[in-house]
Design a protein around this ligand. Structure first.
Ligand SMILES: [Zn+2]
Length: 338
């Protein structure tokens, strides 16, 4: 792995001529601990924190600190010479190359400030993106697990949890491309358990939104969304047709009810727009029968609604397959470290 940070550990305490210039980054107002033993430098701020805390959360930083402390006893003419060393008030500085101030701040605040990342609350996208980037780059498992937990609440893996979250406004956003950004994050941190639901959320957007959002995600994921959407649409037609076939237990001997069922089916496929009929999980609770329902016999209505409910459940069970993913049980398995 390429680590885009440089650390200068060979500095002589408090006597170096290479202290950070006054015009450079300045100490951050909150993430600056007097007993901190490492200073992380981003473009605007310096963050004085603790190697022990960072090492606990990031294997990459831990390895780097270890390498640097081992190197302290080596001759000064080895690769990283003392002339390159930088420090701030005698504390070694790590330059956070390619990390923005937001990236560094959000990452450190998550580690240091209690409840800074509330996984059960709506959270702004820039924060989630920074955390996904930082926990991947620095191999920060606990931060990554918190992110997966957060995404799992927006994109649940059970139907009842999905219905609950859809009924609440908890994670609702006015931003039409948010699902696509969150899919990109889920892929980046390898949050497999959320993929079926986040893919479904993307695939059921209007086609125009999907096309406009194509640059946010990988080409392969875009293809998966398009093909999944087509499979789901076909599935919807098939289910609607099967459910509206004549009902064997009809109390009217298949006459009036049959006509009503047929007209409901014709209405279902008679699009007024370019968009397909409601996707399975968003379909109204009385399915394709909203107008005919009052005129059908009781047996027809009851059996239709029961079949609709069970077809919705079986659709959920099969959801991962529409996006060529492993089944739910496989996805729920704890990840094995490779
Ligand atoms: Zn009937």
């Amino acid at each position: 792995m390429n680590i885009d940070v440089t650390m200068d550990s060979n500095a002589e305490p408090e006597t170096s001529a290479t202290d950070v210039e006054v015009s450079g980054p300045r100490p951050h107002s909150t993430l600056w601990y007097e007993d901190g033993n490492i200073v992380l430098a981003a473009d605007v701020y310096l963050y004085r924190v603790h190697k022990s805390i960072l090492s606990k959360h990031s294997t990459v930083l831990k390895d780097m600190f270890q390498l640097c402390s081992e190197g302290e006893g080596e001759p000064k003419d080895s690769a990283e010479s003392a002339s390159d060393a930088e420090q701030y008030e005698g504390v070694p500085i790590v330059r956070m190359v390619n990390d923005s101030d937001d990236d560094v701040y959000y990452f450190l605040a998550t580690l240091y400030e209690h409840n800074f990342f509330r996984t059960h609350m709506y959270t702004k996208l820039s924060f989630l993106k920074s955390l996904a980037y930082m926990c991947t780059k620095y191999d920060a498992h606990k931060v990554r697990d918190d992110l997966v937990d957060h995404l799992s609440q927006i994109y649940p893996n059970t139907l009842s949890a999905y219905d609950d979250i859809m009924a609440s406004k908890k994670f609702k956003s006015t931003r039409v491309d948010r699902d696509f950004h969150l899919l990109a994050i889920a892929k980046q941190i390898d949050a497999r358990i959320v993929l079926p639901t986040v893919f479904y959320a993307c695939a059921t957007q209007p086609l125009s939104v999907i096309m406009q959002s194509s640059s946010i995600i990988e080409q392969g994921d875009y293809d998966t969304i398009i093909s999944g959407r087509e499979k789901i649409t076909k599935h919807s037609y098939k289910v609607a047709t099967l459910l509206l076939l004549p009902e064997k237990k009809c109390q009217r001997r298949n006459t009036e009810c049959e006509i009503l069922r047929t007209s409901s089916l014709l209405n279902y496929v008679d699009f007024k727009t370019d968009e397909p009929p409601p996707f399975p999980l968003q379909a109204p609770s009385d399915g394709a029968l909203p107008e005919a329902r009052a005129d059908l016999c009781k047996a027809c209505v009851k059996n239709y609604l029961n079949s609709l409910k069970s077809s919705r459940k079986s659709f959920w069970d099969r959801l991962p397959s529409f996006f060529d993913l492993e089944d739910w049980n496989e996805l729920r398995q704890p990840e094995s470290k490779t």
